[in-house]
Ligand binder design. Structure first.
Ligand code: MRU
Length: 361
């Protein structure tokens, strides 16, 4: 996507390093940072310089490649996969990318792994862009249909499933960008997404940069807007979706799905196939939910007169819990938007689109 007239992806090779956008500094500063080692890549994922399921996977793939330039031995490959796997637990794209890199590199002679790892990481990134573009094309049909009936399309989205969460285009935002290209009258309700405010910091920044009409709302506003008929469709991303269609995504997604169900608003999930965990059938019981630091809840981050600042909003002695994701049961999901088309959030629906993957799991 374009930033100040220049087209950027969220991750790219820069000489012997890998460049990323430091998302912790957005929307205030657009800062490009070079990752030079496995350690750098692991820190960038763990501390959320990069985030979003597909970009976490892409960064992990490049992290393996960075390590193969230093230690292409079998032990080096295992170390890279183990270190990166331990960074964040919920987005399955991380495990998917590491499994892919290991399967690709392990049969090769160590001397061939450096160049092969770079090429493979590059290919996974290109594949992510193509997947998201295809999700955009398939999701566009849903938005066109609403526009034909109602004129304006009001989409509500949660967290950031935009281009910053992927290599480019985004998942939930890809149909929105395509709709805007096509001239549909589209408006996006952006949930702020406490505690890290990915909606306020990132999705709003993205949509503003693309000139797409949007309005930031607090997380609790969604139900009210739906009751009043001000939301035509909810589209979110996902960090892990089971073979049966249960969707794990940023905390608060489940409440949006409940409100949508109650109000007859279609609730769709943009789902790149690397985010499907074909080994799981019960999202509530089987998906590990990341628990993040209490400070994200007891404090607020913002921009003060002297730069980025953090202020406490809760009493010193108050403990806080911070589950970062929740699971929306498949029965609350109207449909999945994948790179191969739309399907119901059911085992049969996913299997019909991805028969090759079901057999492989
Ligand atoms: O904790 P984050 O910011 O990595 O969580 C991101 C989300 O929950 C996104 O909605 C999800 O990864 C889908 S991104 C296309």
């Amino acid at each position: 996507m374009k930033v100040a007239g220049t087209h950027y992806r969220t991750i790219w090779e820069a000489g012997e390093t890998v460049a990323i956008i430091d998302q912790r500094r957005l929307p205030h500063d657009f800062t490009v940072v070079a990752l030079a080692s496995l350690h750098d890549a692991a820190v960038a994922i763990r501390d959320m310089w990069v985030r979003g399921a597909p970009l976490i996977g892409a960064t992990a793939a490049h992290g393996v490649a960075l390590h193969m330039a230093r230690d292409p031995s079998d032990a080096g490959l295992e170390e890279a996969c183990a270190v990166l796997r331990a960074t964040r637990p919920t987005a399955v794209n991380l495990m998917w990318a590491l499994d892919d890199m290991r399967a690709y590199l392990a049969p090769l002679a160590p001397g061939d792994r450096r160049d092969a790892a770079r090429a493979r990481a590059r290919a996974l990134c290109d594949e992510d862009v193509a997947i998201n573009r295809a999700i955009g094309d398939h999701g566009l049909g849903l938005l066109r249909e609403i526009a034909a009936r109602k004129g304006r399309v009001n989409v509500l989205t949660h967290c950031n499933a935009g281009w910053l969460a992927t290599v480019d285009w985004g998942t939930a935002t890809a149909p929105i960008y395509r709709a805007a290209e096509e001239g549909l009258d589209i408006h996006v309700w952006v949930d702020e997404t406490r505690p890290r405010n990915q909606g306020a910091h990132l999705t709003a920044w993205e949509l503003a940069g693309a000139g797409i009409p949007h309005t930031l709302v607090v997380d609790n506003a969604g139900g009210h807007l739906m009751q009043r008929g001000q939301v035509d469709i909810v589209i979110t991303g996902t960090d892990r979706t089971t073979a049966t269609g249960d969707v794990c995504n940023k905390i608060g997604t489940y409440l949006k799905a409940l409100a949508a169900h109650e109000n007859g608003v279609p609730f769709h999930v943009a789902l790149p196939s690397p985010t499907i965990d074909w080994t799981l059938r019960d999202g509530l019981r089987e998906i590990e939910i990341e628990e993040r630091g209490a400070e994200e809840v007891t404090h607020l981050d913002g921009l003060g007169p002297d730069g980025p600042t953090r202020i406490r909003i809760a009493p010193e002695a108050t403990p806080a819990a911070n589950p970062a994701f929740d699971v929306t049961p498949a029965r609350l999901v109207t449909g999945l938007i994948t790179e191969r088309g739309l399907c119901p959030a059911t085992e049969a629906g996913l299997a019909a689109l991805f028969p090759d993957r079901v057999r492989a799991a």
